[in-house]
Design a protein around this ligand. Structure first.
Ligand SMILES: Nc1ncnc2c1ncn2[C@@H]1O[C@H](COP(=O)(O)OP(=O)(O)O)[C@@H](O)[C@H]1O
Ligand SMILES: [Mg+2]
Length: 259
């Protein structure tokens, strides 16, 4: 399993500079949680890691390889070792659960049907949905749909698993199930996991490390305990669940810039 690293990544969309030299480390076997205000570039980081968009500047390393230099064929191969759980779940409603989970296998491999079926049933068992192959997504609850999305993301045994707001819109009990599943998949697979979330329960139930992005930069990074004790009011305030954490409390770094 390889270390995945963002090295001074910058990314703009038109005139909007979203990331301004962001460095982050995603170690194998660990869950790295990215937090920060809406629009600060969290999903952009995930899309950069998947090679869906190129950075303007900086490098992304998977092990020793700088993947920002990859051509589309090399990216296609690299993506075989990556799994993504999209924010909306994004299952295909016209396909059964089994067809959803096996989608990438059917698209990108010549795996025999029996092997595919075995793999699908194995991954559905991992997420606690054994035997649901022939159901349709609309027959499932939101939490079950999310679990199918996780089964689909891990079907090729990825070494990097990305989750974009995996518990947003779920009730607390269902969120707990998803959070515990993310932790179990991380432990059992040894993959590097990246979780984007703003839900406190998800941060504290899953994170080995937390990175807070703000105004295009890493505001602070550390263990959950370190981050809770942070002198930066925006970080500690948010993690302690204090209201108005991001309103009046401009980050210290920014106030110092303005002096
Ligand atoms: N393809 C795009 N074209 C133009 N602007 C974009 C694009 N993708 C993201 N953005 C902008 O970049 C900023 C960061 O977006 P995003 O990474 O989705 O934020 P987050 O996930 O932290 O809420 C937002 O202001 C968003 O509008
Ligand atoms: Mg987002």
């Amino acid at each position: 399993m390889k270390n995945v690293t963002l090295d001074r990544i910058s990314k703009a969309f038109g005139p909007k500079q979203v990331l301004k030299g962001v460095s982050m480390d995603f170690p194998p076997g660990k869950i790295s949680v990215i937090i920060g205000p809406s629009g600060c570039g969290k999903s952009t980081v995930l899309r950069l890691l998947l090679g869906l968009i190129p950075p303007d500047d900086g490098a992304i390393f998977v092990g020793e390889q700088d993947v920002t230099r990859f051509n589309s064929l090399e990216w296609q191969r690299m993506r075989e070792s990556m799994g993504m759980v999209f924010q909306s779940g994004a299952l295909f409603d016209s396909m059964t659960v089994g067809e959803n989970v096996s989608f990438v296998l059917r698209e990108h491999t010549r795996m025999p049907a029996e092997d595919m079926a075995r793999l699908v049933s194995e991954k559905l068992a991992v997420v606690g949905l054994a035997g649901t192959e022939n159901l349709y997504p609309t027959e499932l609850s939101g939490g079950m749909q999310k679990r199918v999305a996780i089964a689909r993301a891990i079907v090729r045994n990825p070494s990097l698993i990305l989750y974009d707001e995996p518990t947003t819109g779920l009730d607390p009990a269902t969120s707990t199930i998803i959070e515990d599943l993310i932790v179990r998949v991380s432990k059992e697979s040894g993959a590097a996991s990246v979780v984007v979330t703003h839900q406190l329960s998800t941060i504290f139930r899953t994170a080995d490390r937390i990175t807070m992005l703000h105004q295009g930069r890493v505001l602070e990074s550390g263990t959950p305990e370190e981050m809770k004790e942070s002198p930066e009011p925006m970080v500690s305030g948010f993690l302690r669940g204090e209201p108005h954490y991001d309103a009046a409390n401009a980050p210290r770094a920014q106030r110092e810039d303005e002096r």
